[in-house]
Design a protein around this ligand. Structure first.
Ligand SMILES: Nc1nc2c(ncn2[C@@H]2O[C@H](COP(=O)(O)OP(=O)(O)OP(=O)(O)O)[C@@H](O)[C@H]2O)c(=O)[nH]1
Ligand SMILES: [Mg+2]
Length: 212
């Protein structure tokens, strides 16, 4: 099996967003490795796997944590193939990191060769522990949410504020992602399960924090 092939029971996820927004920190927190305050930029991509329980099912993620720096644009194009979902990350203290997600969206669409219909997308506003420095207004976020919903599908998108530093919403974001993937794979079973014991807002839910 080549590195680009993914087994049936594994979901390939690409994390995208500008250099420094916290993609690697999010993944490390998710893997239980804690938080490092030093910035070691990713070169190319880091790949890891992690299995979690989502709504009673075992969900295996194969996570491709892509290098966000511009200079890796060329090499990144080869990494999207076969992705089952995308996590788009911006830094709530850096407006450019949100506006640049438009370019990331174009890069994703280009490299998925049209295979993006109903692609689960989770948008994360990271570094939300730095609320005193938050400069991005809600309108800009709402606008980009609308853009994602237009391009993909309202039922396959979700938004959350996260902090890799505090751990806020890190596990929850992957849980939401897992639910979107399970729902896409088996809509009937998902509806049956979700009606009995799990409720998730897939249509770009409000952040879990009250002041977001
Ligand atoms: N305060 C705070 N700092 C964070 C958070 N997440 C990441 N950082 C810091 O932001 C810097 C960049 O984090 P990385 O995870 O390396 O960023 P990246 O998106 O992987 O960057 P590239 O690999 O270049 O694409 C590091 O110094 C992290 O410690 C967060 O939630 N809160
Ligand atoms: Mg990184």
């Amino acid at each position: 099996m080549s590195i680009f092939e993914v087994k049936d029971d594994l979901f390939k996820i690409c994390l995208v967003g500008d250099g420094g927004v916290g993609k690697t920190a999010i993944v490390e927190r998710f893997l239980g490795k804690g938080f490092a305050s030093t910035y070691n930029l990713t070169i190319g991509t880091n790949i890891c796997t992690h299995t979690v329980d989502v709504d009673g099912s075992r969900v295996k993620f194969q996570i491709w944590d892509l290098a966000g720096q511009q200079r890796f644009e060329f090499v990144r194009s080869t990494f999207y193939r076969g992705s089952h979902a995308i996590v788009m990350v911006f830094d709530v203290t850096n407006p450019n990191s949100l506006s640049n997600l438009h370019e990331w969206k174009i890069e994703i669409l280009k490299n998925l060769n049209g295979k993006h219909e109903n692609l689960p997308i989770v948008l994360l506003g990271n570094k939300s522990d730095l609320q005193h420095k938050q400069v991005i207004d809600q309108d800009a976020i709402s606008k980009f949410k609308d853009e994602l919903q237009m391009e993909f599908h309202a039922d396959s998108t979700a938004f959350m504020y996260t902090s890799a530093l505090s751990g806020m919403n890190i596990e929850e974001s992957f849980e939401v992602l897992g639910l979107l993937l399970l729902k896409k794979r088996d809509p009937k079973s998902y509806i049956d399960k979700s009606s009995s014991n799990f409720k998730v807002e897939t249509n770009l839910p409000s952040p879990k924090t009250s002041n977001a």
